[in-house]
Each structure stands twice: as structure tokens, then as C-alpha cells.
Ligand binder design. Structure first.
Ligand SMILES: NC(=O)c1ccc[n+]([C@@H]2O[C@H](COP(=O)([O-])OP(=O)(O)OC[C@H]3O[C@@H](n4cnc5c(N)ncnc54)[C@H](OP(=O)(O)O)[C@@H]3O)[C@@H](O)[C@H]2O)c1
Length: 337
């Protein structure tokens, strides 16, 4: 790998900060690191292991000279600025949903479908964080026995909504925690907040994202469309429900899978034990707290289906800011370097 000039766009955000941290942890061969965000952050200094770097205003920055741009500043910024970066010679690895469904843009889960990365025409998309965790287990199982049907429920942490989500949970916990009686009796005071449709502290909200078609949220459609694209099979039937839970970091996914043939629990365990980037837990139950700060996605509770036999029920959980976003983006950067 030759040394690369890298830009992190959205460098002050939850994912952008992790990208900078992970570039350092993985000793990514950097010739230069530029950090960009909105006018709000321009001039702020980001501390990195390569020294303090001043935040540039994305609107005004000249992308010339950047080899790889890791975009993590929301879909609107990706749509507006990624083509300009590509025209200036950069490869853009985009964390937003802006290009994920574009047939010209590879959607890559490092360790699962690395082979598609070479077909890029300047932009490579990073999948959504929930789909990413699921794919780490579903990819290897699909390769062996072709998944035909998936019923999926996600348990998504508030950091999936960025810094704002983490602040909201912290604030609401601070307000509601002292009112133990109110939480038991149902007389709690509304802690306010407009990020989610209900308070998230001490609660579970079976509605992650925003409503789109047929009563499903955009997060649920991402699970359907991105699963099909990553596994390269438009026929896979996906039944998604995305739930927001009062967890800081770590998205969990419960999935029932049915294949083109029967799969035993033993076979699934054997496949998952050898899956790259996945750690199978058989003695303990992996939780978001266990997954936080880890690069691997954790899998557990592998069971044979009961009603209709021949399928597999399992649980996966991964750090949505790391493998779910920043780590995978850096791994893609490694694949193209
Ligand atoms: N959080 C996750 O688990 C996750 C996982 C996968 C993908 N993603 C995607 O990654 C992106 C960032 O998510 P996040 O969780 O890091 O959000 P975040 O914490 O809210 O950070 C947003 C970042 O975007 C920048 N930004 C916002 N408006 C901008 C503008 N007009 N011009 C330039 N920069 C602007 C912000 O800069 P300022 O600080 O200057 O406002 C900040 O650096 C989103 O597209 C999200 O969907 C997130």
C-alpha cells in the first residue's frame, strides 16, 4: 500500500471521529489527513495521532490532491459534494444512503463481498449499520446454502442517530431516572425531545427511521434492499422490523433464516465459527455492551427453527460506529489501496 492523502468529511460527527481513530489504530498508510465539516465547525481543531488538524469548511474546500475521501456528513452532502471530489480525482467511500441503491455503485461489506469493490467508478457505498451486522453472519450462510427468506428485528442503539441520539438519551435518562415511582406507576413527566416519536429513555420504540412506503420505515427498506444487493440476489424475501432501544452503542439483530435447503444448528455453528470478522459466542450471550469498541461482530443464540423446520434463528450484535460504519469504510479504503 502506498501512502494515501485521505479526507474525512463529517469529521466532527460520531462516525467521522471513529474514522480518524480507526485510521490510526490500523496504521493506515497516510501521506496527509484533511478533516472537513460544516461552517459551524470550521477552524475547530481535531486532535489526531498525527497532530492537531484544523477543520475545513466542506463548502469551500478544494478537493484537489485527495486520493480517498471518507464521507460521513449525511446524504445531502454526499449527493452535492461526492461527484466534485470524484471529478478532482478522489475515490469516495460514502457512509450515507445516497448512492447505495445506484447500480453503478458497489455496496461493500468488507469480508463478505470484497470482490465487487473493483467495479467502482469513483464512489463506493458503505451499507447501513444494521444490515452490516446482519451480513457478517448472513453472508457466509448464504454462500453455503442460499438464503431464501429472512425475518429480521433490529434493536438499534441511539448512536445510530449520531451525536444527537446519544445526547438525547443521556438527557432523558438524567430527567427520568430520579422519578423511579413515576416510571413504575406511569406518572412520569414527558422529558421532551423531537428526535424520536416517543421518549427513548426507559423505553423501546418499534419505529426506527422515518415512515416511507407501506407503513415501513426507511431503515426497514434499507434492510430489504441492501441485503439483496450485498448478497447479489434480488429474490431474497426480507420481513423487517426496526426498533430503537435505549442503548448508547451497538445494534443487535434477531433473524430467522430459511435456505434453499435444510440447515442444521451444527452446520450453521460450524460456518459461523469460521466467518471472517465474526465471533461466535456459545457460552455467553453477546450484548451491545459486549460489542461496543470491538471490531468483530458477535453472534450467538444459534437455534434451529421450530415452527417450520430446516431454518436457523440467531442473534448478532455489532458496534454500529465501528464495523457498522467507520471500520468498514477504512477496510474498503484498505481494499482499494
Ligand atoms: N451513526 C451511525 O451508526 C451510522 C452508521 C452508518 C452510517 N451513518 C451515516 O453517517 C453519516 C454521519 O452520521 P453520524 O452518526 O456521524 O452523524 P453526526 O454525529 O450527526 O455527524 C454529522 C457530521 O456531518 C457534518 N455535517 C452536517 N451538516 C453538514 C454540512 N452542511 N456541511 C458539512 N458537514 C456537515 C457534521 O459537521 P458539524 O459538526 O460541523 O455539524 C458532522 O461532522 C450519516 O449519513 C449517517 O446516516 C451513521
Amino acid at each position: 500500500m502506498s501512502d494515501r492523502r485521505v479526507a474525512v468529511v463529517g469529521a466532527t460527527g460520531a462516525v467521522g471521529r471513529k474514522m480518524i481513530e480507526i485510521l490510526g489504530q490500523r496504521n493506515f498508510p497516510l501521506a496527509e489527513l484533511r478533516v472537513l465539516a460544516s461552517a459551524r465547525s470550521t477552524g475547530q481543531v481535531v486532535e489526531t495521532q498525527w497532530g492537531d488538524i484544523e477543520v475545513e469548511n466542506l463548502e469551500l474546500a478544494d478537493p484537489f490532491g485527495i486520493d480517498i475521501a471518507l464521507f460521513s456528513a449525511g446524504g445531502d452532502r454526499s449527493r452535492a459534494f461526492a461527484p466534485r471530489f470524484v471529478a478532482a480525482g478522489a475515490v469516495v467511500i460514502d457512509n450515507s444512503s445516497a448512492f447505495r441503491r445506484d447500480p453503478q455503485v458497489p455496496l461493500v461489506v468488507a469480508g463478505v463481498n470484497d470482490h465487487v469493490v473493483g467495479s467502482h467508478q469513483g464512489i463506493i457505498a458503505n451499507p447501513n449499520c444494521t444490515t452490516m451486522a446482519l451480513m457478517m453472519a448472513a453472508g457466509p450462510l448464504h454462500r453455503e446454502a442460499r438464503i431464501e427468506r429472512l425475518t429480521v428485528s433490529s434493536y438499534q442503539s441511539v448512536s445510530g442517530s449520531g451525536q444527537a441520539g446519544m445526547s438525547e438519551l443521556g438527557r432523558q435518562v438524567g430527567l427520568l431516572a430520579p422519578d423511579g415511582e413515576g416510571l413504575v406507576e406511569g406518572t412520569w413527566d414527558d422529558p421532551g425531545g423531537n428526535l424520536y416519536v416517543s421518549p427513548i429513555a426507559f423505553n423501546v420504540i418499534p419505529f426506527a427511521g422515518s415512515e416511507t412506503e407501506e407503513g415501513y420505515t426507511d431503515e426497514e427498506w434499507k434492510l430489504v434492499n441492501e441485503t439483496r444487493k450485498i448478497l447479489d440476489d434480488d429474490q431474497i424475501l426480507v420481513e423487517p422490523t426496526c426498533v430503537r432501544v435505549p442503548v448508547m452503542v451497538g445494534h443487535g439483530v434477531s433473524a430467522s433464516m430459511f435456505f434453499g435447503r435444510s440447515m442444521s444448528r451444527e452446520e450453521a455453528i460450524d460456518i459461523l465459527r469460521h466467518a471472517p470478522g465474526l465471533e461466535l459466542w456459545t457460552e455467553r450471550v453477546p450484548t451491545p455492551l459486549d460489542a461496543t469498541g470491538r471490531d468483530v461482530v458477535l453472534a450467538g443464540r444459534v437455534r434451529p427453527t421450530l415452527g417450520e423446520t430446516g431454518g436457523i434463528n440467531l442473534w448478532v450484535v455489532g458496534d454500529n460506529l465501528r464495523k457498522g460504519a467507520a471500520l468498514n469504510a477504512v477496510q474498503i479504503a484498505e481494499l482499494i489501496s
